[in-house]
Design a protein around this ligand. Sequence first.
Ligand SMILES: [Mg+2]
Length: 345
Amino acid sequence: MSRSVRTRPEGSGQALSEAYDTALLDLDGVVYAGGNAIVHAVESLATARAGGMRLAYVTNNALRTPDTVAGHLTELGIPTDADDVITSAQAVARLISEQVPAGARVLVIGGEGLRVALRERGLVPVESADDDPAAVVQGFGGPDLPWGRFAEASYAVARGVPWFASNTDLTIPSGRGIAPGNGAAVEVVRIATGAEPQVAGKPLPPMHRETILRTGAERPLVVGDRLDTDIEGAFNGQVDSLLVLTGVTDGALLLAAPPQHRPTYVAADLRGMLTGQPEVVASGAGFRCGGWTATAGATGAPVLELEGDGDALDGLRALCAVAWTAAGEGSCALDGGKALARLGL
Ligand SMILES: [Mg+2]
């Protein structure tokens, strides 16, 4: 890819909700966690929407239908239509429809969200490898998916029937811990067949294309909590991204991010959509943002150092600039632990 490597978070004189026409929001770790709304999410989204920003919710989870997701968000106090929800089931259904004859049968290993998405594209979900399917598709089936479904998929895939997966997230968070995700289920069939599926979900292009086709976004901003799905998906789609720290990414992960995992902007939570973003500027041997100046190795040790005070996020932005500049196209190996502890991050 010929894009220049990002070496610092960008500034914005304008509120992000005004600079971009559509927010493509991840759900888990951004809007809700464990079924409950994340702090500041409800009111921040309401304010962004009232200001004219289109809000769309983009999820790799193929189990639930857009209707069900929209109902959940509305219950949380975020009024949402089914049309505002884009799932990896929809992205993979479109991908399949482009490669099989109209009205083809598709063997489904997954849940209702996948079946509804296939029917929307005129495809016919079937349950058995003996039903002469033109494709096999796997999406997250939830805890009640019987083991025999993987055998069904394997029989068809081993015969050479084209194999698709909604997404390959290996794990899925639940209220009780980390559970195996659809990627783990895909591994089961891969082990049995040695075959390789075509995958639609974040960070791959079919999912981003689906969100753009469905929202008509011209200046989209991807908003997510995960570097290897949300932020990398934005990178692959060549659009800007906002990382929020309400989910799985902490300061240390962000500092170590390789180029495809570096967001355009970083904020503590969704309130960051409603404001401009401070500039990070070169300062002496390091970088300054707000009241903080970050440098590397000034004391001779391979560590990131921080001086000043003010907003912790400004300190993190300055540290990102030092770490990403030092790392270039790789991943920063400098120790940021002490600097991050000083910021409480
Ligand atoms: Mg997430």
